[in-house]
Design a protein around this ligand. Structure first.
Ligand code: C2E
Ligand code: MG
Ligand code: MG
Ligand code: MG
Length: 284
């Protein structure tokens, strides 16, 4: 028995592996604690109409109020959470926070719809649609008050399963959006089959519009493509007034970016007013 025990210790001991898996375990433990001890924060960033007629929407963006590290941005823990599968807990937390907000009286007069980001792991969870449905029922809100944002790369991880799940979510009444459009490797022929409502042009193209390296042409053709497919098109990364005006002139439907507002803690969102550049000004 002693020899066997020693052998397994030898086999398991790989210093490189050891330190990285120890780090993984501790970050995973930290994330669990974050969820259980209320360290996660829901931020909302407005999305405004550039053409007349629509109201203000918002995107839910996750932050982690870490006791030592301060406010941690999602890129420092979401990719890790995706690798470990823990992201599914984070998604449900975000979705439930948004459902609770939308379930409050008067919320729907302030915001048309809230977008929630989904990861590959969410899309491949066969129970996703049931889990979201249970939360909707608990807060008495409609699926149509939500837009689910999925990146091209999340879909392309397993296109067949993703397509099946997207069809289910669309049937359930959710609006669907392709996030970071143009950065993935999906084919247009494939995207055309998906039941999506919206394309979000990645901010790298929007921010590049000023430098004349072809990004403005990419943005223009994406807007035309979206409209030809009957989709709404949103530009993210709108950092200044000139960009916003160019996008409006290109018939882009909606804009999101620092020029309009940075993401803000969810409880501040309902006191926020769109500036004069937006087609719609939220009522007080
Ligand atoms: P995303 O879904 O593409 O979200 C847009 C990101 O662009 C946000 O970064 C937002 O703060 C940033 N942004 C908005 N306007 C501007 C602008 O004018 N200029 C610039 N430079 N950036 C702008 P954030 O909040 O750091 O989130 C980064 C990414 O993390 C998100 O990209 C999304 O992929 C992921 N993420 C955030 N929250 C969640 C979540 O709840 N679930 C999942 N699965 N992913 C999330
Ligand atoms: Mg997004
Ligand atoms: Mg995006
Ligand atoms: Mg992005």
């Amino acid at each position: 028995y002693g020899a066997k025990k020693r052998l397994s210790v030898v086999l398991l001991y790989d210093p490189a592996l050891d330190s990285s898996s120890a780090q993984t375990l501790s970050l995973l433990g930290d994330l669990r604690r974050a969820l259980e001890h209320g360290e996660l924060r829901l931020y909302l960033q407005p999305k405004v109409a550039l053409q007349a007629g629509d109201g203000v929407a918002a995107e839910a963006l996750l932050r982690w109020q870490h006791p030592q590290r301060g406010l941690v941005p999602p890129m420092e823990f979401i990719p890790f959470a995706e690798q470990t599968g823990f992201v599914r807990h984070l998604t449900l937390w975000v979705f439930e926070q948004v459902a609770a907000l939308l379930g409050q009286s008067g919320a729907r007069e302030m915001v048309l719809r809230v977008s929630v980001n989904l990861s590959t792991r969410d899309l491949l969870d066969p129970d996703l649609s049931l889990r979201l449905g249970a939360i909707l029922a608990r807060y008495a809100v409609d699926a149509g008050s939500f837009c689910l944002e999925i990146t091209e790369s999340a879909i392309m991880d397993d296109p067949q399963r993703a397509e099946a799940m997207l069809n289910r979510l669309a049937q359930q009444g959710f609006k669907l959006s392709i996030d970071d459009f143009g950065t993935g490797y999906s084919s247009l022929a494939y995207l055309k089959r998906l039941p999506v409502n919206e394309l979000k042009i990645d901010k790298s193209f929007v921010l590049g519009m000023q430098s004349g390296g072809g990004d403005a042409q990419i943005v223009r053709s994406t807007i035309d493509l979206a409209h030809n497919l009957g989709l709404t098109v949103v530009a993210e990364g709108v950092e200044d007034a000139a960009l916003m005006e160019r996008l409006r002139a290109m018939a882009c439907d909606e804009a999101q970016g620092y020029h309009i507002s940075r993401p803000m803690p969810a409880d501040q969102f309902f006191g926020w007013h769109a500036g004069p550049g937006a087609a719609f000004v939220a009522a007080p």
